[in-house]
Design a protein around this ligand. Structure first.
Ligand SMILES: [Zn+2]
Length: 436
């Protein structure tokens, strides 16, 4: 009996030896929110939270799921670069490229790579010559005898949905999920566990968990809604957080190396609050240096706002300003182009920058009624041969100029030139003094 118990204990220890701890810290869609907003987020506060989590972590990985730039004046004015300088001291193990990293043109991504000082993965993005655009499809990180392979991909339908042909340039995107399968095959035998680090539509993120069993974990970004619990299929886990560094994720795994299987997992969403996490001095110094440069431009009062405004209200307001300023019959603002809400009270130029961080132009064209898309004309009945005036953004027009767009004729009839939307909005507030 004693022998049996001893044997049982040895067996249990042998089995336990195959099960190792692995912790994945992650965040996504940072969107250049260097400073906290309403007590949440901020790079320096995020840095403190990451440092604390690393203290009680046997094998710790930090992953960033893309869309780090675009969303604050410092990003717009300095074309994204300060963001990677601020994130560098966080010592992530890998980034994946997001769609917004193309906002200042694909060439600018080369500067991000230098500033980040670590791999920005994009296994499915190739140069015109067929080389990996960012130079890295995957990384293998070793932590105390565990080889963790991380493969990065981004959505393959960037054009026309999320960026313009000009910004993507002659670079090519390969199908994201096929690329993940291919990279898993390439890494066979070189890793103990595979993680997909992806910037994809959320349906695709779930699809990887369900259909590509080589990946034990899928860390994703792009959808800003976050999750309340992981998406789990056959002990494989998908996780994603809300945007703007308002949260840090911690996925603690008991992982069986020989079975290549997660035995158990807990996922914790850590709210980044300035109260709980004081600013890290090193990161705060970099943030301050950059923010000071833009303060003089954007922290100036331009008017007042009579009530709290959500994005829907702001969209209607922007379309009203567009019509007033251009004299157009119809105006269209894309919902995705509105990046912040507007609290009641004094309006700073910074508020408008945060609402409209993109350098989009307000364009106005004279268009035949028959060509005007229904989502622009709404319920209005148009004379198909009459010429109407339509205003929208150059970005909207460019995305509709793709050969497969059903609104291509409309888009080709629209110009691509005009004033910056942001300047138009700021001027309007200055002139009217009150938003109501
Ligand atoms: Zn995105």
């Amino acid at each position: 009996m004693g022998k049996l118990i001893l044997f049982g204990a040895i067996l249990a220890r042998l089995l336990a030896a195959q099960t190792v701890d692995l912790t994945i810290l992650h965040f996504n869609d940072f969107h250049a929110k260097l400073k906290p907003t309403q007590g949440r987020g901020g790079a320096a506060h995020l840095a403190t939270a990451i440092a604390r989590e690393r203290e009680n972590c046997a094998r710790c990985l930090l992953l960033n799921a893309g869309d780090n730039v675009q969303g604050s004046p410092v990003s717009t004015i300095y074309r994204g670069l300060p963001v990677f300088e601020v994130l560098r001291p966080l010592r992530a193990d890998a980034f994946v490229l997001g769609n917004h990293e193309f906002d200042y043109g694909a060439d600018r991504i080369n500067d991000f790579l230098a500033a980040a000082g670590l791999p920005i993965l994009a296994a499915n993005l190739l140069t015109p010559e067929g080389a990996l655009f960012t130079g890295a499809a995957s990384v293998i990180v070793e932590r105390e005898g565990l080889r963790i392979g991380v493969v990065g991909v981004l959505m393959d339908d960037l054009v026309p949905k999320l960026t313009t042909p000009a910004r993507l340039g002659a670079n090519k995107l390969l199908p994201a999920l096929d690329t993940l399968r291919l990279e898993a095959a390439k890494l066979k035998g070189q890793t103990d566990v595979l993680v997909a680090l992806v910037h994809l539509w959320k349906e695709q993120c779930d699809q990887i968990v369900a259909e590509i069993p080589e990946y034990s974990v899928v860390v994703s970004g792009h959808d800003h809604g976050g999750m309340t619990k992981p998406f789990v299929v056959d002990s494989r886990y998908g996780v994603r957080l809300r945007a703007n560094a308002s949260e840090l994720g911690r996925l603690d795994l008991k992982y069986d190396k020989s079975a290549r299987k997660i035995m158990s997992a807990t996922w914790r969403i850590i709210p980044i609050t300035t109260a709980e996490y004081p600013a890290d001095a090193e990161v705060a110094a970099i943030v301050d240096r950059w923010e000071k440069k833009v303060d003089a431009v954007v922290d100036v009062p331009i008017g007042t706002n009579s009530a709290d405004r959500n994005r829907d209200w702001l969209r209607t307001w922007i379309e009203r300003v567009m019509r007033e300023r251009t004299g157009s019959d119809f105006a269209h603002m894309n919902a995705g182009g509105i990046r912040d809400v507007l609290p009641a009270g004094t309006v700073l130029a910074r508020n408008i920058w945060n609402i409209a961080p993109f350098d989009n132009l307000l364009v106005t064209g004279k268009i035949k009624g028959s060509l005007i898309p229904d989502f622009i004309r709404g319920n209005s009945v148009l004379d198909p041969d009459k010429i109407y005036s339509v205003s929208t953004l150059d970005f909207v027009v460019e995305t509709m100029r793709s050969p497969t767009s059903k609104f291509r004729d409309f888009a080709l009839a629209m110009p691509l030139d005009g004033p910056l939307l942001r300047d138009v909005l700021i001027d309007w507030v200055k002139q009217k003094t009150t938003i109501e």
